[in-house]
Design a protein. Structure first.
Length: 327
């Protein structure tokens, strides 16, 4: 019988709790340890999820011999440093999106993982949902004809003052890195690599983007647009259009419960696309599969795609004038 994969969770916020809940429903997974900035935080999270090792300080997790894979759930600005630390301790890493603050940081993390032969993957959980595989199958089938255009939006009205994570540039705040990564990543996955990007933003008083809209030209000539906002609750849809019809990833498109196909003859069908648990189970299963196989990256979310996306995020921020520490 295969031994369970022993997970460590770095961070104790909402996304860490979501992933811990997912691991409870992931075959072959156990949560062995959690690390927080304080012992109190680790103890509270550990008690909530029945985690035996509750560690004060992030470095303690890198040194923990009872952990195989670490899920990084800290604020954006800490991702690269945390990943380097965990890899330095010999751990496989699943790092929450955005993978880093910029391409330079991401290059360092990927280089270390490859040098040490350790598994590393960006936790773009949408990429692993059954709905995305079905959307890709529909596009590849030719049913929609030549697909040349896509549109997606992700926005909500965020609360909090200037020190809140979403508005704090020291923590990598802003709409683009928090939710704009979804339309960007999914468009690149479904329509292919991006050769050019143009963007506009509304910049808030703290210097982060409150809203950003970008247009992508994909290498095969297709065009796509993405919109993200911390001010507006948007429909949360993604539509991909071809010469013979269109495919809609129904709201919320980053974890769509259904896909709707509408053809030029007026016919339409809706496909249910259920997922396991809260959706994060699928990326956990893939991480465990890759780690057990001794892979350094997932073929579903390879390093080169992560680095490509980080470069696009850098270019969008350059165009709109958003800078973070370390740029």
């Amino acid at each position: 019988m295969t031994d369970p994969v022993r997970w460590g969770i770095l961070g104790t916020g909402r996304i860490a709790a979501d992933f811990a809940n997912a691991l409870r429903e992931t075959p072959g997974a156990v949560i062995a340890a959690v690390a927080s900035r304080s012992q109190e935080g680790a103890d509270a999270f550990g008690a909530q999820f029945g985690i035996p090792l509750r560690l004060p300080g992030y470095e303690a997790l890198a040194d923990c011999a009872d952990v195989d894979l670490v899920y990084i759930a800290t604020p954006h600005a800490l991702h690269a440093g945390n990943a380097l630390s965990m890899l330095g301790g010999g751990k496989g890493v699943l790092c929450e999106k955005p993978f880093a603050l910029n391409r330079s940081q991401a290059d360092q993390v990927v280089a270390l993982a490859r040098a040490k032969g350790l598994f590393l993957m960006e936790a773009m959980w949408t990429r692993f949902l059954p709905a995305l595989a079905e959307a890709r199958r529909i596009l590849d089938s030719g049913e929609l004809g030549t697909v040349s255009q896509a549109h997606a939006d992700f926005g909500f009205a965020a609360a909090g003052g200037p020190e809140a994570r979403l508005f704090n540039p020291q923590l990598g705040g802003g709409a683009l890195l928090d939710v704009g990564i979804y339309p960007l990543s999914i468009a690149a996955f479904l329509l292919g690599p991006v050769s050019a990007v143009q963007a506009q933003s509304e910049i808030g008083p703290t210097g982060v983007d409150l809203q950003t809209v970008f247009t992508l030209r994909h290498q095969d000539g297709a065009l796509s647009t993405g919109a993200c906002s911390l001010k507006a609750r948007t429909p949360g849809l993604m539509t991909l259009s071809g010469s013979a019809g269109h495919l809609r990833l129904d709201a919320p498109f980053h974890r769509p419960p259904t896909l709707t196909v509408t053809l030029a003859d007026g016919s339409s069908r809706t496909l249910a696309t259920p997922y396991l648990g809260n959706g994060y189970v699928h990326e956990a299963i893939e991480a465990q599969r890759c780690w057990r196989a001794g892979l350094v990256e997932s073929p579903l979310m390879p390093h080169e795609q992560t680095l490509h996306l980080m470069g696009l995020l850098d270019e969008i921020r350059r165009q709109v004038g958003v800078r973070y520490p370390g740029d």
